[in-house]
Ligand binder design. Sequence first.
Ligand code: AMP
Ligand code: MG
Length: 329
Amino acid sequence: MKRILMTLFIISMLSGCNADKPVSQTIFAMDTVMEITAYTDTETLTEAINEINRLDSIWSASKKDSFVYKLNKDKTADADKDTLSLLNTEKEIFTISEGAFDPTVYPVVEEWGFISKDFHVPDEAVIQKLLKNVDFDKVTIQGNKVSLENKNASLDMGAAAKGYTSQKITDLFREKGVSSALVALGGNIQALGTKPDGSLWRIGIQDPDSEGYIGVVDVADKAVVTSGGYQRFFEENGVTYHHIINPKTGYPAGSGLVSATIVSSNGTKADCLSTAVFVMGLEKAAEMWQKSSDFAMILVDENKKIYVTEDIADNFTCETDFEIIRKEG
Ligand code: AMP
Ligand code: MG
């Protein structure tokens, strides 16, 4: 339902355009519904769809001929250019988030049932045992050979693949001379250029508690990526458990944030960072943002208070008050 609303929202933004009609296609890939809309020809759109399916087949953790499946099984595998580039950005965000973003948390995610959908709260002892395998520093890259030094480790690209893909697709469109497109991969949105009439793309930020939106951000040439516990969760004995795991504890992150949106011209970073920030919480995320210059944040805490970094505040519209996080000094 939320997806349908998001789709309607995006389409309503598109219908405000008075240029030539866009081409659009909806597919299911990377475990989510994707909608690509671009002011281009169907041939270029098909090329983009083929590229999404190609990246999905490399990074799927379950498809038996994927790079990730092979790496997890054999503990070593040869990576292609896209995988090396994705891993490098993941390493960067792992470092600046001080391990809040860590793709090797995958065995813990699996144990909670988020892959098989056989959801359950694991035994504490099992979590502790699995945590010993979690350390992205022990994933080594030599040339194009990727290895898991820890023989019980495995990883997934679930927190970053969609961001890399939206970046790749907008780059592909740009190279083909396309100047206006919207790539919506589940909760990952990336805008190419502006709408054809020159106005900014209007992206709704999902209300974590309802089908509506907490606000709208106006962007051009930016990725807008949201991580939130409301996106995937289960309930046991009246307690809700979501799919974003704190790699230090092995439990769903309880940082006080219910949603973390990153706005950045780098889609891959935006996706890694949204997951990282959701785990880190307001204070640590704000500290990380102070030291960076290539992303902005829109955060919602469990009291529904909204925090927006000053670099995006003028482009954010919302019916309630929000607090602005400013650069120090
Ligand atoms: P996202 O929706 O981009 O925040 O990614 C969430 C997905 O990333 C989960 O479904 C897991 O597959 C994986 N994941 C969960 N926790 C983490 C984490 N702390 N670091 C990296 N990946 C994670
Ligand atoms: Mg992410």
